[in-house]
Write a protein that binds this ligand. Structure first.
Ligand SMILES: [Ca+2]
Ligand SMILES: [Ca+2]
Length: 413
């Protein structure tokens, strides 16, 4: 029901997902829609240092606490608002740390000490689980894996720490979409693999029936009303008319922007953009249909958002400003767009990738079987040794009895 809930959320026109509801969903269906959604919450606001919710990064809490403290410093806050995105990425902002008040610096030092200690505990716990108790723990070497702070100096928070934190968070968030695509590809290949395995268990007639059903469902899924090009006039006009209940004759880009900038900050962020595609996605996906996969729907939503961001976000700050939006509405792509190629028109993976994936699975299975057979052999060997020991014990006892018996006879004599 979780996917449905999230969709309802969008339908209600509430574009900000509360982290508690996402967390609730995440517990129910960790793989599906919701883990993605969680990562989306307040994604871009990182750059404006107003992170109030989870970024999904494993060092999220540290990141937010650092930012909260820095925001308390007036000098830093002012610099923050006057430094542009490129300069922040280049590390100019981090240098301003030198001018931050002593009080804030002391608090940052303490935060860093806590974080280093948290990482050490994590590493220790991981090693305990892996059973490496007797191996001397090289914390320094292991801490190197965590690039968002300078592990060589675990005591004070310096310019380098802020620089690393900004760079790590930026690149981790930028790679987020890439990872999401990879995850989706794996999902599709697993689905195909399971289908093929199921076919193997059927007799000829059953297999034929199943294949026919599969093709029929595929056709049924592909049969849907025309999907508008995301971010085009036609697409937005449909939202304007059907979701906003306004007259298409009155369509006005600026009003549209303000209507759908749900948090009123003057920008379209990821969630606000994604919410605009619900109408299109409903043309293709219906959660009650067997042939419509809601995981695929979320991938399509992501593709649409990525596409529009690429076209419209010219300064690449991952937000669409009103200005960028209005410029885009003058372009040919907005007024006379190409048709949109939906997800099902292209297979998510190549035949080679599928082959490689299946080989990998087969290899894994073989390794498991090998290990099981090794274990069985070890068990047999242990049993054999046990039997041998038992036989020796019996023999020994016999000898002992004989000796004791003779002794007994001797003493009686
Ligand atoms: Ca906004
Ligand atoms: Ca922008």
């Amino acid at each position: 029901q979780c996917c449905l809930n999230v969709c309802e959320f969008y339908r209600d026109g509430i574009h900000i997902i509360s982290s508690s509801s996402v967390l609730r969903c995440k517990e129910l269906y960790p793989y599906k829609v919701c883990s993605t959604m969680l990562c989306y919450v307040d994604y871009y606001n990182f750059f404006f240092f107003f992170i109030k919710q989870d970024t999904g990064l494993h060092y999220d809490r540290y990141l937010r606490e650092v930012i909260d403290f820095l925001e308390k410093d007036q000098h830093f806050r002012e610099k923050l608002h006057n430094t542009d995105m490129e300069d922040i990425k280049m590390g100019k902002l981090a240098k301003e740390l030198d001018f931050v008040s002593h009080h804030v610096r002391t608090q940052l030092d303490e935060l860093k000490r806590q974080e280093v200690s948290r990482l050490r505990t994590l590493i220790k716990a991981k090693q305990d689980i892996e059973g490496g108790n007797d191996i001397a723990v090289d914390h320094q070497a292991l801490l190197k894996q965590f690039e968002y702070l300078n592990h060589m100096n675990p005591h004070t928070f310096e310019v380098e720490d802020l620089d690393r934190l900004i760079k790590s968070a930026t690149s981790d968030l930028e790679n987020y979409d890439k990872e999401r695509h990879e995850e989706f590809k794996k999902y599709e290949m697993t689905k195909e693999h399971e289908r093929r395995e199921h076919l193997k268990t059927l007799d000829d007639e059953g297999r034929k029936k199943e294949e026919e059903h599969y093709e029929e469902m595929k056709k049924k899924h592909a049969d849907h009303p025309k999907v508008n090009h995301p971010g085009s006039q036609n697409q937005f006009k449909e939202v304007w008319e059907e979701a906003d209940g306004l007259d298409p004759e009155d369509f006005d880009p600026k009003t549209f922007f303000n209507l759908h900038d749900s948090n009123g900050d003057g920008f379209f962020d990821e969630q606000e953009l994604e919410a605009l595609f619900t109408k299109e996605l409903e043309k293709i996906y219906d959660p009650t249909n067997e042939e419509d996969d809601m995981v695929e729907m979320e991938e399509e939503r992501l593709r649409m958002r990525e596409h529009v961001m690429n076209e419209v976000d010219t300064n690449k700050d991952r937000l669409v400003s009103l200005e960028e939006f209005l410029v885009a509405t003058k372009k040919k792509e907005f007024l006379e767009p190409d048709s949109w190629e939906t997800l099902e028109q292209n297979q998510a993976y190549t035949d080679e990738e599928m082959l490689e994936f299946e080989e990998h699975l087969a290899q894994q299975e073989e390794d498991l079987n090998q290990r099981a057979s090794d274990l069985q052999k070890q068990r047999d060997e242990l049993e054999r040794q046990q039997e041998q020991l038992n036989a020796q014990k019996v023999e020994l006892q016999q000898v002992l009895w004989e000796v004791v018996g003779k002794h007994h006879i001797f003493t009686v004599m």
